[in-house]
Design a protein around this ligand. Structure first.
Ligand SMILES: [Zn+2]
Length: 170
């Protein structure tokens, strides 16, 4: 894969040209993403495809894939995670134009300034991050939680509770 990603992109111009760019971006320096990560080691492979659809909508499709290190919520140690994400953005020049966009597109308001590609990729990665991650029990260093004696309690599932309530009403 080529690694000639531009630093800045001009989405509307790229769409007009039907341009595709792909390559790798380092996770280093992604400060906002850091709060989701154990460390910023690694990189994200990204492909951006730009074009104009039959309705004259300028669009940008984003596909990314990254091996990241997150914090396991059980043992607080590093845990490898594969994150992949795809999105399809409809490029609009104003907030008002968002309403005319069909629902298949996420609105992306294009500012006059060029877009910093790394910031765009960081935004997309943050959207793709799971809320919480944990090792599989056999891979986790912390077994304390597994040893808490909850296993004797009967499993309470919403349907059995509902059945009990119904039974009481009858
Ligand atoms: Zn763990």
């Amino acid at each position: 894969m080529s690694n000639q990603l531009p630093v800045f992109i001009d989405p509307l111009r790229f769409a007009h040209r039907g341009q595709t760019v792909s390559g790798n971006v380092s996770l280093q320096g992604m400060e906002r993403l850091s709060s989701y990560l154990y460390d910023n080691d690694g990189e994200v492979s990204v492909t951006l495809e730009f074009g104009v659809d039959s309705q004259e909508v300028y669009y940008m499709s984003v596909a990314l894939r990254a091996h990241v290190h997150v914090v396991c919520q059980r043992c607080l140690q590093s845990m490898g995670l594969l994150v992949s994400h795809e999105s399809l953005a409809g490029l609009v020049k104003s907030e008002a134009a968002i309403e005319r966009l069909s629902s298949e597109y996420e609105p992306f308001v294009v500012e006059p300034e060029p877009v910093l590609l790394k910031a765009l990729v960081e935004d997309e990665l943050i959207l793709a991050m799971p809320v919480a991650s944990m090792h599989l029990p056999e891979e986790c260093e912390n077994e304390v939680l597994d040893n808490i004696p909850l296993k004797d309690e009967p499993e309470l599932n919403p349907f059995s509770v509902l059945a009990q309530l119904k039974g009481r009403q009858d």
